[in-house]
Structure formats: C-alpha cells, structure tokens
Write a protein that binds this ligand. Sequence first.
Ligand SMILES: Cc1cc2nc3c(=O)[nH]c(=O)nc-3n(C[C@H](O)[C@H](O)[C@H](O)COP(=O)(O)OP(=O)(O)OC[C@H]3O[C@@H](n4cnc5c(N)ncnc54)[C@H](O)[C@@H]3O)c2cc1C
Ligand SMILES: *[C@@H]1O[C@H](CO)[C@@H](O)[C@H](O)[C@H]1NC(C)=O
Ligand SMILES: *[C@@H]1O[C@H](CO)[C@@H](O)[C@H](O)[C@H]1NC(C)=O
Ligand SMILES: *[C@@H]1O[C@H](CO)[C@@H](O)[C@H](O)[C@H]1NC(C)=O
Ligand SMILES: *[C@@H]1O[C@H](CO)[C@@H](O)[C@H](O)[C@H]1NC(C)=O
Ligand SMILES: *[C@@H]1O[C@H](CO)[C@@H](O)[C@H](O)[C@H]1NC(C)=O
Ligand SMILES: *[C@@H]1O[C@H](CO)[C@@H](O)[C@H](O)[C@H]1NC(C)=O
Ligand SMILES: *[C@@H]1O[C@H](CO)[C@@H](O)[C@H](O)[C@H]1NC(C)=O
Ligand SMILES: *[C@@H]1O[C@H](CO)[C@@H](O)[C@H](O)[C@H]1NC(C)=O
Ligand SMILES: *[C@@H]1O[C@H](CO)[C@@H](O)[C@H](O)[C@H]1NC(C)=O
Ligand SMILES: *[C@@H]1O[C@H](CO)[C@@H](O)[C@H](O)[C@H]1NC(C)=O
Ligand SMILES: *[C@@H]1O[C@H](CO)[C@@H](O)[C@H](O)[C@H]1NC(C)=O
Length: 493
Amino acid sequence: MRFPILLAIGLVVPSISAHFDRRATTSACSQLAIEFPGQVYNPGTSEYVTETEAFFSTTDWLSPYCVFAPVNSTTLTSGVQLLVHTNTSFAVRSGGHQPIPGFASTDYGVMIATTHFTEKTLVPTPNEFGETYIRAGAAFRWQEVYDFLNPYGLVAIGGRVAPVGSSLILGGGLSYHSYLHGWAANNVVNFELVTANGTILQVNNATHPNLFWALKGGSNNFGIVTRYDLRTYPTGPVYGGSVTWASNATQQYLDAFTAYISPGGGIEDPKANMMPSFSFEPLSGVVALGNIYFYNANVSNPEAFENFTTIPTMASEVGVMNFSTLTNQTAYFSELVNRWGWYDTAVLFGNESTQLIHHTVVNCTVGFAAEPIPVSMQQAAIDNGGDAMDLDPSRGGFLVAEVYVTWSDAADDEVVKEYLTSTIADIDRQSKEKGLYYPFTWLNDAGFDNSPISTYGYGESLRKMKAVSHTYDPAGVFQKLVPGFKLGFDWAG
Ligand SMILES: Cc1cc2nc3c(=O)[nH]c(=O)nc-3n(C[C@H](O)[C@H](O)[C@H](O)COP(=O)(O)OP(=O)(O)OC[C@H]3O[C@@H](n4cnc5c(N)ncnc54)[C@H](O)[C@@H]3O)c2cc1C
Ligand SMILES: *[C@@H]1O[C@H](CO)[C@@H](O)[C@H](O)[C@H]1NC(C)=O
Ligand SMILES: *[C@@H]1O[C@H](CO)[C@@H](O)[C@H](O)[C@H]1NC(C)=O
Ligand SMILES: *[C@@H]1O[C@H](CO)[C@@H](O)[C@H](O)[C@H]1NC(C)=O
Ligand SMILES: *[C@@H]1O[C@H](CO)[C@@H](O)[C@H](O)[C@H]1NC(C)=O
Ligand SMILES: *[C@@H]1O[C@H](CO)[C@@H](O)[C@H](O)[C@H]1NC(C)=O
Ligand SMILES: *[C@@H]1O[C@H](CO)[C@@H](O)[C@H](O)[C@H]1NC(C)=O
Ligand SMILES: *[C@@H]1O[C@H](CO)[C@@H](O)[C@H](O)[C@H]1NC(C)=O
Ligand SMILES: *[C@@H]1O[C@H](CO)[C@@H](O)[C@H](O)[C@H]1NC(C)=O
Ligand SMILES: *[C@@H]1O[C@H](CO)[C@@H](O)[C@H](O)[C@H]1NC(C)=O
Ligand SMILES: *[C@@H]1O[C@H](CO)[C@@H](O)[C@H](O)[C@H]1NC(C)=O
Ligand SMILES: *[C@@H]1O[C@H](CO)[C@@H](O)[C@H](O)[C@H]1NC(C)=O
C-alpha cells in the first residue's frame, strides 16, 4: 500500500495507517451518514473542502474518507460509538492551528470537526464553581472569546494569537496572563468530554479529579472535549501591541531580551508579558525582528520593556487599548497559504541562552521563538490547581525554544524536517555543554518526532496519565484509533 500524502515533516507513517482498511472506513462513513443526516460530508462536497482545508498550515490538508461534524454532544457520542464499533480510525480538529500532518486530520479514516460546538454563555455567580465563567464550545477561536467577554470587562486566559483554537488548552496554553495565572489549562473550571465509550462527562476537580489533571496537558488522549468552562478575570484597558525593528537592531534586541529574563529584569514584573519573534529569509537575507508587548494596566511605556522600547522601531502599533483590540492585531495568522512546521526544546534562563538559540537558528533559516516560562508562572500553575506538565519552580525559569519554518513546496518537506530536528539537536547539545539544558518539551510547539508528554513531571506524569487512560478508556481507543501525541506504549487491553 502507498501512503502518498504523508510527506510533510512527519515522515514516519503513524502506526494507525499500517492497518488501514479503506473499505471498512468507507462503510463507517455510509453508516454515519445514515445515522446523522446532514452531519457527514463526503469528498466532492463544498463542506468537505471547507472542513478539510480549515487549517493554518497546508501540511494538514489531507483526505479523510469523510468529515463528521456533529451538531451536538449527543450525536457525537453515538458517532464515537459507531466508529469504535467499526474499529475506524478518526482524527479530531478544532481550531486547526497545529501544523503536524496527520494529527488533526487523516488520510486513513474519518475527520471529526467540532465546527458546530459554538456555544458561548457567561455564567455569573452564584454557580457551582463559585466564580464567573464562560461556557465555550470547542469550535471557538480565541478572538471570539475575547470579543464576547470584552463588553463585560472580563477576559479568559488563552491564546495570544487571535485565530488559534481551543485545543491550545490541551497542550497547556501560554497566555499573556500566564505569569499571574499559570497555563490556560489551569484556568479551566470544567471540561465537557466525550469519552471512548460514548459517555458525556463533566470533568472538574470535584467529579473526576485525576482525569481533570490529566486533561491539562494531555492533548487528545482521553476523549473529545466539546466544551470548555473557563474562569474569567476582570480587565480594563491594557498597554501593548506590535512593533518591528530593522535587522541592524538584532544585537540590541538580543541584549534587551537577555536583560529582560535576567535577575532584576522586566520579566519579574507580573503585569508584563510579551511575544518576541525573530525570523530570517535565507533567499532575500531579510531579517525580521518583532515583539508584541502586553502590560496588564493602563500605563504607557512601562519600565519592564525599557531595554526594548529604547531601540528605534520600523513600525509600531503600541498603545493603551482594550485586550481584544490588542489580540486582534494578530488576525492575519489565519492565512491558509503556506506549509508550516516546528519543533521545540527548552533552555534554562541564563545570560547566554538567547544568543545560543538565536545563533543556532540563524545559520540556515528561518525563525525562532524564545518563550520565557518564569518561576512566577510555574508557581501560579500550582496555585491554580496544577496540571500534568507539573513543572517544579525550584528548578528555575526557562525558555521554550521553538524553531519554526514556513515554506511552500511540498518537495522541500524532507529537508525542512531534517533542518528542524538537527537544529533542535544542536540547541540541546550546546545547552548541555553550558549547563543550560532544561528537560521539558512543550506540546503546543512540538514537532512530529518530539515526545512532549514523556517529559511531563520530568518523566513522572506519564505513569499517572496511563492509569487515567486505563480507567476512562480501558480498550485504548484514543491510543489506537486516534492520531496525535500519544501516551506512547503498547496497549494490551
Ligand atoms: C500562529 C500561531 C500562534 C500560536 N500561539 C500560541 C500561543 O500564544 N499560546 C499557545 O499556547 N499556543 C500557541 N500556538 C500553538 C497552538 O496552541 C497549538 O497549535 C494548538 O494545538 C492549536 O489548537 P487548535 O484547536 O487550533 O488546533 P487543532 O489543530 O484543531 O488541534 C490540535 C490538537 O488537538 C486535538 N484536538 C482538536 N480538537 C480537540 C477536541 N475538541 N478534543 C480533544 N482533542 C482535540 C487535535 O487532534 C490535535 O492533535 C500557536 C499556534 C499558531 C499556529
Ligand atoms: C482494529 O483495527 C486494528 C488496526 O487499526 C487492528 O489491529 C485490530 O485487530 C482491529 N480490531 C478488531 C477487533 O477488528
Ligand atoms: C442533538 O441533535 C439531534 C439531531 O439534530 C437532536 O435530535 C437531539 O435532540 C439533540 N440533542 C440535544 C441534547 O440537543
Ligand atoms: C475596545 O476597543 C475597540 C476599538 O477601539 C472599540 O471599538 C470598543 O468599543 C472597545 N470596547 C470596550 C469595551 O472598551
Ligand atoms: C538601522 O537602519 C535604519 C534604516 O533602516 C537606520 O535608520 C538606523 O539608524 C540604523 N540603526 C543603526 C543602529 O545603525
Ligand atoms: C535593562 O538592561 C539593564 C542593563 O542590562 C539591566 O540592568 C536592567 O535590569 C534591564 N531592565 C529591565 C527592566 O529588564
Ligand atoms: C488611561 O488612563 C488615563 C489617565 O492616566 C486616562 O486619561 C485614559 O482615559 C485611560 N484610558 C482608558 C482607555 O481608559
Ligand atoms: C480585527 O482585525 C481584522 C483584520 O485586521 C478587522 O477586519 C476587524 O475589523 C478587527 N476586529 C475588531 C473587533 O477590531
Ligand atoms: C552571566 O551569568 C553569570 C552567572 O551565571 C555571571 O557571573 C556573569 O557575570 C553574567 N555575565 C553577564 C555578561 O551578565
Ligand atoms: C553554517 O552553515 C555553513 C554552511 O551553510 C557551515 O559552513 C557552517 O559550519 C555553519 N555554522 C555553524 C555554526 O553550524
Ligand atoms: C480540588 O479539590 C481538592 C479536594 O477535593 C482541594 O484540596 C483542592 O484545593 C481543589 N483544587 C482546586 C483547584 O479547586
Ligand atoms: C463508560 O465510561 C464511563 C467512564 O468513563 C463509565 O462510568 C461508564 O460506566 C462506562 N459505560 C459503559 C456502558 O461501559
């Protein structure tokens, strides 16, 4: 059998495909279509094209046998039962912003799209969770949540980039508010989850505490989330926005970043946050330097960014504005025209860390993001209920080091993959030499060959997550039939 489409960065065909049975899958699609009229889209229909191309990266444009877009949780449960009963592989897509091919769509089965889970309801106190929260169906993009909450003067803890989807939470979720409130996942009060046997569970700290913990970082290993109930916080006008610098500012920018993460630097101000970006186009030689500032107060020019704001900019959209206006500056990240790929690792905070990541990358490419995960954020994650990533603040702050490439020709996929994995290996080699290696791989920026979940709790979380999986998915449906970052073991059950 040939598997023509899996050329993109993950070149190893997922094990699921080895057993793929085209006829059985087609039959499952026919049964789904009979049972759920109007909710199953076959190749050749415009709905099928829309759903299979609703991805940030064209590496994800695959050819599922059909798309199942259930209208509510009840039909999803019956659909999952049918797929399990017919032993049909299925992938799950929400916001479509993870670029790994074959994780949220498939050439070997059915793609489930959460498109119709569009509820947004503000639930004020008093309620069972004791705090005002938003019930948000899994179809949401973060901008919709921020726009919905903005008139109430509220914000939820989620993505920094407007069109990214809800599954950001299932990989932790790094937010502009994370240094105060932890990962986005630490601010979920309840997940509505459809499990392997087609049961709808309300998963929270009171009902299913171990499953609740495991979902906070556990990706698609435990079920399909149909709704996220998210804690809200009051927000007023904030300072921030995007800036770009000319390439001749590179050294100043790196020095500013190093000072920012150093003891006494701006990162120690809990109101401060930012999303730095650096990219390089090998063909044109153009270097693009940028930053998006966020400061959680109505101030201008907060001291935390002083070493950046003194560098003359090329363009700036910085000012005091409401939060949803700030995030909407990244609306352009919904463009669906390129191939994307990324891998990540982590490097301890240190005065050589920034240069280490930058140098390695610039030699041949393309882009890096250094995402600071300071001690304050790790402590906030614990204070807000913990999670499967289970970071230990006593090990210090660190940078998630993401290397990303964007390209257009599928013929380059292999080269890109080799570039990404060798660059990550090079960063790890150098950081180990310098005593700066940090043993954590963040799922949301991870690549196909990364193994993020095995790093959770420095290797300690996996055993607990497997136990949770055995309890809620004894047949291993989400291990065997659903692609993604798996718990990584042979399932006897
Ligand atoms: C431009 C850009 C900016 C980003 N910025 C940030 C950021 O600021 N902070 C951050 O933390 N991350 C960020 N990310 C990473 C992002 O969080 C991940 O790519 C995340 O997986 C995207 O979620 P999604 O719903 O859009 O993805 P999808 O591609 O739909 O899904 C991602 C994974 O989740 C699974 N999944 C989808 N829906 C469900 C469901 N309902 N139940 C169970 N599993 C499901 C899929 O099978 C897949 O494995 C960014 C990504 C991009 C492309
Ligand atoms: C289900 O499919 C898998 C491969 O996807 C195969 O290994 C297994 O034997 C099948 N199980 C049944 C009960 O048919
Ligand atoms: C779910 O949708 C089905 C099909 O439209 C409908 O029959 C059913 O009543 C709905 N269930 C709920 C709980 O809304
Ligand atoms: C947020 O900012 C936008 C753009 O300036 C404005 O249209 C909107 O009214 C503001 N909303 C609030 C609640 O301030
Ligand atoms: C960088 O280049 C810009 C023009 O692109 C120029 O205005 C600026 O003075 C230069 N800065 C330095 C530090 O050379
Ligand atoms: C700015 O840089 C200086 C010199 O490196 C450093 O002492 C200072 O802490 C930095 N300020 C901030 C807010 O990071
Ligand atoms: C921010 O604060 C200033 C006073 O310091 C005030 O004039 C301004 O209206 C505030 N901005 C907003 C958007 O509330
Ligand atoms: C968000 O940005 C998009 C694209 O720039 C724009 O069309 C839209 O009007 C903006 N929405 C708001 C609420 O500002
Ligand atoms: C780098 O950090 C070390 C301690 O880790 C310190 O001794 C040294 O002075 C720092 N160098 C700079 C340039 O800040
Ligand atoms: C950078 O790439 C060039 C070739 O493109 C190579 O000769 C050189 O050794 C590389 N440098 C590093 C530090 O890897
Ligand atoms: C979860 O429940 C336990 C006891 O059942 C409690 O100790 C803990 O504080 C709760 N955590 C959260 C985040 O509510
Ligand atoms: C389905 O799984 C749930 C927990 O995940 C369990 O409570 C329930 O008994 C199971 N139902 C059946 C019919 O096996």
